[in-house]
Write a protein that binds this ligand. Sequence first.
Ligand code: DC
Length: 332
Amino acid sequence: MVITIDGPGGVGKSTVAGLVAEALDLPHLETGSTYRAAALATLRRGGDPAAQGDVLEALDAVILSFDNGTVSLDGEGVTTAIRSPEVTAASSAVAVHPRVRERVVDLQRSWLWNRGDSGVVDGRDIGTVVFPDAEVKVYLTATPEVRAARRATDAEAAGMDVSAIAAELAARDHADSTRKASPLHPASDAVVIDTGHLSADQVTEIVLRHVTEAQALTLSSLLAEHNPQVIDLTRTLRAVVRSALPLATEKVNIGWHGLGYHDPDAGYVAGIFPGEGSVKLGFEHGVELPDPEGLLVGDGTQLRYVVIDEWDEKLRDPVTDLLEAAVEYGST
Ligand code: DC
């Protein structure tokens, strides 16, 4: 599942995105850091962030990586360095160039692809341009004064007064929303949340409610669209169980009537089982199984499960097909 959280600077995107990612056990990318890293790479090479060619040259010459909230440039940790006022100003200049944006967006898309196409990504244009098909899109707003008061508590802003920070934020808002390439605005299908009177935890709760709604939708459309003749079985199963993962409650065995999937990267085993009048999806984290194919049939593994009660005609056929195909696959 892809969750995008966009909005202006200082609105609390990365705090909320981090909390949402933690609650759902998903990876998180703060895309502001991708533009900041491009800006730092340009400055270090003596380039001008306002010159598109200089930034592209810098991007060609370095290796940037983003993992677990840390940023590295040619293997050197630059997580703190990209937060300096000089790099902050340069990042706004860098983000204006359309060809630079294309390159940086490629980095953001491959980040997600390398993580199994599932994650929480925050920024300015994530729901509109980078991941327009994301299942959940959120746009956070707050007045410049509210955002400045929040920023004033950041180490980065220590020593500046609130009105100076508000003026800087207003200037960056203007630059971000009036630039030609990917200006800042909510996607038409984004949930807009005014965070002015809400704590980060309250905003997170609202986002998680929308995620739960989207999961129910994703699950039924995945099952309804499933065609075992043409689809990669493990991939489908993985998508189905990932979307239902946070709902898991009790325990069930993978038996011959069900099938399981072991995802060594995500560190869980998952299974899907037909029941009378319901379908069960089961999961367990931290399970290691020697299963090079990733697919398990009837191995007796114990999993927590969730029952999907709406076992109607729409779900019955695709799930039955999926199970039959799995048993066939497991016996060959
Ligand atoms: O969120 P931030 O302050 O770390 O962002 C740094 C700069 O990068 C900011 O001026 C806007 C730009 N940016 C962007 O243009 N698109 C994004 N998706 C994220 C950030």
